[in-house]
Each structure stands twice: as C-alpha cells, then as structure tokens.
Design a protein around this ligand. Structure first.
Ligand code: PLP
Length: 284
C-alpha cells in the first residue's frame, strides 16, 4: 500500500442545504479529494499494480493522464499520453508537470483513443484505456464498496459519465450488498464539461449491463445546469469541475422525492481554474 492510500475512504458528506432545495436526502462522495484531484487515481492505482511491463499507453481528456503520469512517477513506469491537440492549455500544462511522453493527436478524444490503441499494438505496450483494461473498473469498485460501508443502502447513485468505466466500477463494488439505481449523467453536446463531453462510451458493454441490472437510467445534463449546480456546490465549500456537478444537475430531472441519493463529485476545479471561472459566467 502506498502511503497516500491511507486517505481512503474519501469523505461522503450530507448536503443539508441542497437536500432541502431538491426535496431529497443528498450525499456527495468527494472523489475530487483523491491525490491528483479526481477519481482517476482509483483506476491508475489498480492499473499500475497490475502492469506487467514498465510502459503504458493512455488516451485522455485530462484527468486520467494527469493521474496515471503522476502516480507512475514513483514506479519508474513510462507513460505515453495521447491527447487531442485541441485540449485546453491549462489541462496540458498540468499533464506536462508529471513528465509523460506526450503524443498530440489531430482530432478529438475518440481519435486519440484510436491512435493510442494502434501505437500500443505496434509497440506491444499495455493500454490503460477504457474498455481495454478491466483494472480500471476494479479500481473504481472501491468507490461502491466505500459508499456501502459509509451509509449502507441508498436509492440512487448518480455518476458523471463519459466512457462508463466509473459507473460500472461503482456498481461492481456495491451490487452484491445493495441495489441502488445507477444513474449516468451524460453530456453529449456539452462545450463546458471538458471531462465528459461527447459521451464516448468506450466501456459501453459494462455500462449498459450496470444500468440494466440496477434498473437505472441515462440522463442528459446541459452546460447551464452543470454550471448552476457547480455554483451551488461552491456555496457549500465544494469546488468541482462542471463535469462533476453534472451529477447533481440531473437530480431535478429524475422527479424524485425523499429518496436517499449519492452524487459522485469526480473532479476538483482547482486544477482547471480558468475553465471554472469562465464557465461559472454562464450563470451570470
Ligand atoms: C472529472 C470526471 N468525471 C467523470 C468522468 C467520466 O468517467 P468515465 O469515463 O469512467 O465515464 C471523467 C472521465 O474522464 C472525469 O475526468
């Protein structure tokens, strides 16, 4: 166990003010308090523990690359990061801080995934991409286990979703103990939720299985709502990415009352403060 692993479990806190506003009992699971400020550390830890060689390939929208590059520093593992050349500068700067080998791709995240897979196959290097490395789901299952240890059964768990890795992992961790409905908050058309925009579903099979088994649902969040609820969370001292407040933003769309709901707050806004400030202006 690495020393920093003693930070687990991450806090699960009751949002008293927002529970009243939204007519449900709402808890926030603060995955943004992982070492590199996102739940991706859960995945990176497990990927690195299971890695056979000393190189790994990952395509990313930011957080996954930051996490894997940072945690690999203590392991003498070389990380190849494939990233869209259109990525925001503050995201790229933070990735660079942890010194991976960066491959800029002339395309979007999906193109970066494709090219990274080709590179990995040609060079016989393992990939840490969603849909290709089940260790990520195993790593995320800890979040589900912790939720159950912290408050037992709940009615709903809402997860900001792009590939479906995190949602599938949480379901894996809790499904033998409780039966919450798993809700994917997705952002196919978003311009502000950098970490989840596009709804790429590279873990689609697992995602669909989790939604079906849990009798869950997939709900769209839009930029205005994510921004509104990021501001609400800020009032309670929680500074998260808009991609993360998407989980809270879909609560009103579910039409629920007096239910026990856990929203997963995946990423810390302090990493990408320019985007945070800009996007909060959507509400002004
Ligand atoms: C902050 C944040 N939230 C949520 C997600 C979505 O996770 P997944 O791709 O496992 O659905 C990501 C993925 O990059 C992320 O960075």
């Amino acid at each position: 166990m690495r020393d920093f692993e003693s930070i687990y479990p991450t806090p699960l806190i009751k949002l008293n003010r927002l529970s009243k506003i939204l007519n449900n009992e709402i808890y926030a699971k603060l995955e943004m308090l992982n070492p590199t400020g996102s739940h991706k550390d859960r995945e990176s830890l497990q990927v690195l523990k299971s890695l056979k060689g000393n190189e790994v390939v990952i395509a990313s929208t930011g957080n996954a690359a930051i996490s894997l590059s940072a945690l690999a520093m203590g392991e003498s593992v070389r990380v190849h990061v494939f990233i869209s050349k259109f990525i925001k500068k503050e995201r790229l700067d933070l990735i660079k801080a942890f010194n991976p080998i960066i491959h800029a791709v002339d395309g979007n995240y999906a193109d970066a995934v494709k090219i990274s897979e080709e590179f990995a196959a040609t060079n016989k290097i393992e990939t840490a991409n969603p849909g290709k490395n089940y260790n990520k789901i195993i790593g995320d299952s800890k979040v589900g286990e912790e939720i159950y240890e912290q408050i037992g059964d709940v009615d709903y768990i809402i997860v900001p979703t792009n590939n479906g890795t995190l949602l599938s992992g949480i379901w894996l961790g809790i499904k033998n103990k409780a039966k919450p409905h798993m809700v994917a908050a997705v952002a196919p058309k978003s311009k502000a939720m950098d970490s989840i925009s596009g709804y790429h579903r590279f873990d689609q099979e697992e995602l669909e299985k989790a939604i079906k088994e849990s009798e869950g649902v997939i709900v769209e969040a839009d930029d205005y709502e994510a921004s509104k609820y990021a501001l609400e969370l800020t009032k309670d001292g929680i500074f998260c990415e808009l991609a993360s407040s998407a989980s809270l933003a879909v609560v009103p769309k579910l039409g629920l009352k007096n239910k026990k709901i856990v929203v997963i707050i995946t990423g810390n806004a302090l990493k990408f403060i320019k985007s945070y400030s800009k996007n909060l202006k959507i509400n002004k």
